[in-house]
Design a protein around this ligand. Structure first.
Ligand code: SAH
Ligand code: SF4
Length: 338
C-alpha cells in the first residue's frame, strides 16, 4: 500500500490518521511482523494481524562469492514460489538486482529464467520484500536497484509501476528514481507508457542483436516488434524523460559477435544518446551458446568506439555463484525444490 492507501484504510477502520504514517515508517524499517511495531497500540496491532499481511522474502539459499562481495539469494514467498536476487557492492554503495516475476513468459533462448517457464507475477510488496530481506541480512542500506532479475518488468506493468513509486517516495525506501534501472526485452507499447510516467529511472533495453534476423533467433519478442520500432520507442523515451537509454548486448560466440555485427549495430545506434553494455553471455546448460572470447570482445568494442558509440564490457561479478538470471532457481528446482 502507498501511504495514501494505508491512511484511507486506517481512517476507514476508525483508527487515528497519524497511525498510518507510523505503520508506513515501520514497513520501511524492514520489519517482518506487526509485533515489532512497538509504538502501535495492541488493539491496532491485533486488527492489522487479522486483516493485513506483510510481504516477506524468506532466505532459502544464500551464496557469497569468493572473488568479490557479491551475495546471491534464493528467496521464497508464502506460497513457496522462489525468486533470485543479487547484491553487489561497488565503491558508491550497495546495488541490488531484484526479480519482478516468478519465471518469465518471454522465452529468450540464452536465458535460464526463460527456459524455466512462467509461474506468476510478483506484487509490489514482494519486490520491496527482496530489498528489505537483503538489507536486514547484510545490515546495509541498499542505494541502487536494478530490475534485472527474473522476469520481464514490463509484462508486470502495474505492480512494477507501484513498486517504483513506493521505492522512490520520500516516505518509502527513498531511493531516488535516478538510482533505479529497469531492464526490458523490449515490449514497445509499454516503453511509451512507462515514459509517460516520467519517473526519471534509467531504461535498459536488451538488444542482443544488430538486426531483426539475428534477434528473432534468440528473442521471441523480436517477432512481435521490429528493431526499428524498438529504437524509435527508445528515442521517444529519451525525448520524454531526458534519460539516456542503455542497451544490453550479450555476446554469443558465432551468433552476434562478428565485426560486421558490430558495424551494423553502430550504424543503427548512430546519433542516439545511449550507452552499450557488452556482456559475455553466461553459459546456461542446454542452450549450446558460448561466450565470445576476449579478442572478439575487444574487436567489437573497438568498432563501436570508432563509431562514437559509448560502450563498456560489463564486469562479471559473482561468476562462481550462479549470479546470472535464473540459474540458481533452476538448480534448486532440479535438486527437488519448488
Ligand atoms: N526481462 C528483462 C530483465 C531481466 S533479464 C530483460 O530481458 O531485459 C536481465 C538481463 O540479463 C537481460 O539483458 C537479459 O538479456 C540478460 N541475460 C539473460 N540471460 C543471460 C545470459 N545467459 N547471459 C548474459 N545475459 C543474460
Ligand atoms: Fe525473460 Fe529477460 Fe530472460 Fe528474456 S532475458 S526470458 S525477457 S528474463
Amino acid at each position: 500500500m502507498s501511504l495514501q492507501e494505508l491512511t484511507e484504510f486506517i481512517v476507514k477502520n476508525d483508527f487515528p490518521k497519524f497511525r498510518a504514517k507510523q505503520i508506513f515508517g515501520w514497513l520501511n524499517k524492514n520489519v517482518i511482523s506487526f509485533d515489532e511495531m512497538s509504538n502501535i497500540p495492541t488493539n491496532l496491532r491485533l486488527f492489522l494481524e487479522s486483516s493485513c499481511y506483510i510481504s516477506v522474502a524468506n532466505i532459502e539459499k544464500r551464496l557469497v562469492s569468493r572473488y568479490d562481495n557479491t551475495v546471491k539469494y534464493l528467496f521464497s514467498f508464502n506460497d513457496g514460489e522462489c525468486v533470485e536476487a543479487v547484491v553487489m557492492t561497488y565503491k558508491y554503495g550497495h546495488s541490488i538486482c531484484i526479480s519482478t516475476q516468478v519465471g518469465c513468459k518471454m522465452g529468450c533462448t540464452f536465458c535460464a529464467t526463460g527456459k524455466s517457464g512462467f509461474s506468476r507475477n510478483l506484487t509490489a510488496g514482494e519486490m520491496l520484500a527482496q530489498i528489505e530481506a537483503a538489507q536486514r541480512d547484510l545490515n546495509v542500506r541498499i542505494s541502487n536497484i536494478v530490475l534485472m532479475g527474473m522476469g520481464e518488468p514490463l509484462d508486470n506493468f502495474e505492480n512494477v509501476v507501484k513498486f517504483i513509486q513506493l521505492a522512490s517516495s520520500d516516505e518509502g525506501l527513498n531511493i531516488g528514481a535516478r538510482h533505479i534501472t529497469l531492464s526490458t526485452c523490449g515490449i514497445v507499447p509499454k516503453i511509451y507508457e512507462l515514459a509517460d510516467y516520467r519517473f526519471g529511472i534509467t531504461l535498459s533495453v536488451s538488444l542482443h542483436a544488430p538486426n531483426d534476423q539475428i534477434r528473432r533467433r534468440t528473442m521471441p519478442i523480436a517477432r512481435k516488434y521490429s528493431i526499428d520500432e524498438l529504437l524509435q520507442a527508445c528515442k521517444d523515451y529519451f525525448k520524454t524523460t531526458g534519460r539516456r537509454v542503455s542497451f544490453e548486448y550479450s555476446m554469443i560466440s558465432g551468433v552476434n559477435d562478428s565485426d560486421a555485427n558490430a558495424r551494423e549495430l553502430a550504424n543503427r545506434l548512430l546519433g542516439m544518446n545511449c550507452h552499450v553494455n557488452l556482456i559475455p553471455v553466461n553459459t546456461v546448460e542446454g542452450t549450446g551458446y558460448l561466450k565470445s572470447n576476449i579478442k572478439r570482445q575487444q574487436s567489437f568494442i573497438n568498432i563501436l568506439a570508432e563509431n562514437n558509440i559509448a560502450a563498456t564490457v560489463r564486469r562479471t561479478l559473482g561468476s562462481d555463484i550462479n549470479a546470472s538470471c535464473g540459474q540458481l532457481r533452476r538448480k534448486h528446482f532440479n535438486e527437488g525444490g519448488k
